[in-house]
Ligand binder design. Structure first.
Ligand SMILES: COc1ccc(OC)c(-c2cc(C(C)=O)n3cccnc23)c1
Length: 121
């Protein structure tokens, strides 16, 4: 029996892919899907020193750069906090980031993750 490519993935990578898909559902406008472009966000790269977005997180999963769930969660928080730093409160992006962070962290609580078993230890 030959395993499909996805089944050959490391257990942590497969879990992170699943968590990422669930987080992306909370970004219906895809504001966080790709790196923020300085042409649409003046001065962004001067203000935000460590940009992060869902496509970069996906690439890091595929490159096995995440050694733990916490590193994955840190990048998710970085992505949301970048948006809350650059965009003023009340803007569509600041509000979207706050909602995404709140909804995302609720999906990443120990209670929600415990059923996924010992691959997190
Ligand atoms: C209006 O449609 C889009 C499409 C993609 C975007 O970022 C990938 C953004 C976007 C995303 C952001 C963020 C996340 O700060 N942003 C800030 C200022 C101006 N534009 C954006 C908006």
């Amino acid at each position: 029996c030959v395993l499909k490519a996805s089944q050959k993935r490391r257990p942590l990578s497969r879990l992170l892919e699943q968590l990422l898909r669930n987080l992306e559902k909370r970004d219906p406008h895809q504001f966080f899907a790709w790196p923020v472009n300085d042409n649409f966000a003046p001065g962004y790269s001067n203000i935000i020193k460590r940009p992060m977005d869902f496509s970069t997180i996906k690439q890091k999963i595929d490159d096995n750069e995440y050694k733990s769930l916490n590193c994955f969660i840190s990048d998710f928080k970085l992505m949301c906090n970048n948006a809350m730093k650059y965009n003023k409160p009340g803007t569509v992006y600041h509000k979207a980031a706050k909602r995404l962070l709140h909804a995302g962290l609720k999906q990443l609580t120990p209670q929600k993750l415990r059923p996924l078993g010992d691959i997190l230890t």
